[in-house]
Structure formats: C-alpha cells, structure tokens
Design a binder for this molecule. Structure first.
Ligand code: F6P
Length: 369
C-alpha cells in the first residue's frame, strides 16, 4: 500500500505528561526514515488558530536534529494548552459576552494551505475527541493516548501514568517516616481527575493505610475506625491517600474552580477537608500534602519512555498503512489500533472487579467503604 504521504504535523494537547517529548522524537524519526517531512504545531492548536501571533507562524519544521536528546525530558517541546479546544473555542462576542464557537474548519484549511497530509494528535480524551471530529471532517488523523490519569478507554495504559505513580510512591515512602516520628495522620492528595488509578496504584505500592478514590464514595467513619485500630495496635501513625476526585458518601466533589466558558472545572481541596475532619474526630494531629503538578513533571520512567516511543512509531506506521481515525493503544504484549470514536468522550475508571482493587482489600487497606 502506498500512503502517498509527504508531510505530517504533530500536536500535543491538554495537560502535559512525562513522555510527550519521547513521542515527538519517535514520530519525527520514524517519519524521516520514510522520507516524510514533519512539522510541529505550537501550543495545542493555538499555533494554527493564532498563527499570526507567532514569529514562526505557529508551526515549525521538526528535523532529526531538532528532536535530538529530548526523549528523556519532561513537558512538551511543542507547548500545550487545555483552554484552546477548536470545537468549543471561547470567543468574545460583539456584545461583550464570551461564547464557545467551532473553529475546526480553520484547521482543515490550514492543513490544505500548508499541504500537510496527516496529523498525529497526542492527548487525552479532549484531544482525542477533537481528533475524531477532524477525522470525520476528512482530515487524516492518528491519535496517541496521553495522560497521567490513565483514564482513557481501550488502552491498557497511557504514557505518563507510570511516572506519576512512581513519584507518588516515592513521596509516600518519604512521608511514612515523618508521620511515624510525629505519630501523625498524613493525608496525601493526588491528581487523577474522576478516576482513582494514580491513588490506587501508588497507594498500594507506597503502603498507604487508606485509599479514597472517586469510584468508591467514602465514609470517613471507616477511616477513623482504621486509624483508631492502628493506634490500639501500637502503630500510632497513619497515611491516608486521597484522589482529588474522591467524594464522601452523601457529599460533593471539592473544586478549586468551577467550569467556565472554554475550560473544565478544576478539582482539588478534598485532602485539606479530609485532614481537617480526621484531626477533629481522632484527636490526632493531621497534615496534608498535595502532590498536584509535581506528578506531571520530571523525566519519564523507562516504561513511559518506551511506551511513548512505541506509540509514536506505531502512529507513523498507521499513517503509512493508510489508516485514519484510529488511536494507537497498548494491548500487551503489542500495540494495536482502536477507532477514535470508541475512545472519544469515554472515561475509564478503576473497575470494581479489578484484582488491584482486590489486592488493596486483601492487604487490609481501608477504601472508605
Ligand atoms: O488530566 C491531567 C490533570 O493533571 C488532572 O489529573 C488534573 O485534574 C488536571 O490535569 C489539572 O489541570 P490543570 O493543570 O489545568 O490545573
């Protein structure tokens, strides 16, 4: 099959995740080895939608030289944004109000003008939904699943997740000794949006005593009981891991910011809440540590680096085979391809029958239920 590709473009969208630069490098090299040119779009699609604001027009050539030595670096050399969804672009209206409008046709026009034959879109559910819409409008697109949250469907894992879990685990290891020395309750809040993957995996690996996650509405009494039982047993400290999206039974999700035009709500604050209540109810000193964006920074683990490079190369192979409208997915031991429309807008939480969840229960970790 001849793909008839000469030029492709790549963009990274949504929150950054360790491994983005490894994907970019992989795509560029795999494309160059086929004789294709590769271009990077700056800041999600802003490089196209606000092309005139960039000295280089918002899109620049990615050569082998340009991506040399970036595979181990955190962040994304292209820049990213989670506020520039071209399907719902926040736009100031003449009457002063702000409305979301669909600017996706401008992307198609830009691709036609620049003679770009295909797009590799690296992102989470937002970016993959955009990729699906662009594919349905006729653009040749392959998606690559990225997010530290691991909440994308149809792939065993996303790159970025392992690095986040690794770091959270190291933090938990460090917090045990200080919690024990002071006989305190240490509450640790981790990211993950509406899924508890980061909390569950790092919580088990880092020996948290309680793990509260969005999939299981929690009853704080259970955590209090567990802290008291540990105290009675002479283990005078406890580590409680709380996912930012965890919700108390009959309660609500804590938000740092409500959703607005062009941006989603920002989760956070539940750790503080839990620490305050545990201190009041147990009489023990409680402290809270919010790991937040630290989980998104730094160098990708070798697992994430390899996954990212496999995804990047597989995306180029897919284009070479004439595919479009698919996402590269990890389906151990290999990668495969799944239709973007089966992924777009679908969140994958921790399944209740997961053996990892069962492992937590078998180890006596309190899940708040
Ligand atoms: O989706 C990745 C993520 O880090 C979530 O875990 C978190 O809720 C969100 O992004 C934070 O976004 P921002 O960087 O816009 O605050």
């Amino acid at each position: 099959m001849t793909s008839q590709i000469r030029r492709i473009a790549i963009c990274t969208g949504g929150g950054d995740a360790p491994g983005l630069n490894a994907v970019i490098r992989s795509v560029v090299i795999a494309a160059a080895n086929r004789g294709w040119e590769c271009y990077g779009i700056r800041d999600g699609f802003n490089g196209i939608l606000f092309s005139e604001r960039y000295a280089d027009g918002g899109v620049f050539r990615l050569t082998r030289e340009r991506v040399r030595g970036i595979g181990h670096l955190g962040g994304t050399m292209l820049g990213t944004t989670n506020k520039g969804n071209p399907l719902h672009f926040p736009t100031r209206m003449p009457d002063g109000s702000t409305r979301e409008i669909d600017r996706s046709n401008e992307i198609l026009e830009f691709f036609a003008k620049k003679e770009f034959d295909a797009l590799v879109s690296v992102g989470g559910d937002g970016s993959l939904t955009i990729a699906d819409a662009l594919h349905k409008k006729g653009l040749r697109v392959v998606g690559v699943p990225k997010t530290i949250d691991n909440d994308l469907d149809k792939t065993v894992t996303t790159f970025g997740f392992d690095t986040a879990v690794e770091f959270a685990t190291e933090c938990l290891d460090r917090l045990h000794s200080t919690a024990e020395s002071h006989q305190r309750v240490m509450v640790v809040e981790v990211m993950g949006r509406y899924a508890g993957w980061i909390a569950l995996h790092s919580g088990i690996a880092g020996n948290a005593h309680s793990i509260l996650m969005p999939e299981i509405p929690f009853d704080l009494d259970k955590v209090v009981e567990q802290i008291r039982a540990r105290d009675a047993d002479g283990r005078m400290y406890s580590v409680v891991l709380v996912a930012e999206g965890a919700v108390p039974k009959n309660g609500h999700q804590e938000l740092l910011e409500q959703a607005g035009v062009g941006h989603a709500e920002r989760l956070g604050g539940i750790g503080e809440q839990v620490a305050k209540e545990l201190q009041e109810r147990t009489g023990k000193e409680a402290r809270v540590v919010v790991l937040g964006h630290l989980l998104r920074g730094g160098s990708p683990t070798s697992f994430d680096r390899l996954a990212a490079m496999r995804f990047g190369a597989a995306a180029v192979r897919a284009l070479d085979l004439g595919m479009s409208g698919v996402m590269v997915a990890l389906a151990f031991p290999n990668v495969n391809y799944v239709p973007l429309e089966e992924v777009a807008g679908r969140m994958k939480g921790v399944p209740m029958d997961s053996d990892t969840l069962q492992t937590a229960r078998d180890l006596g970790i309190c899940l708040g239920d």
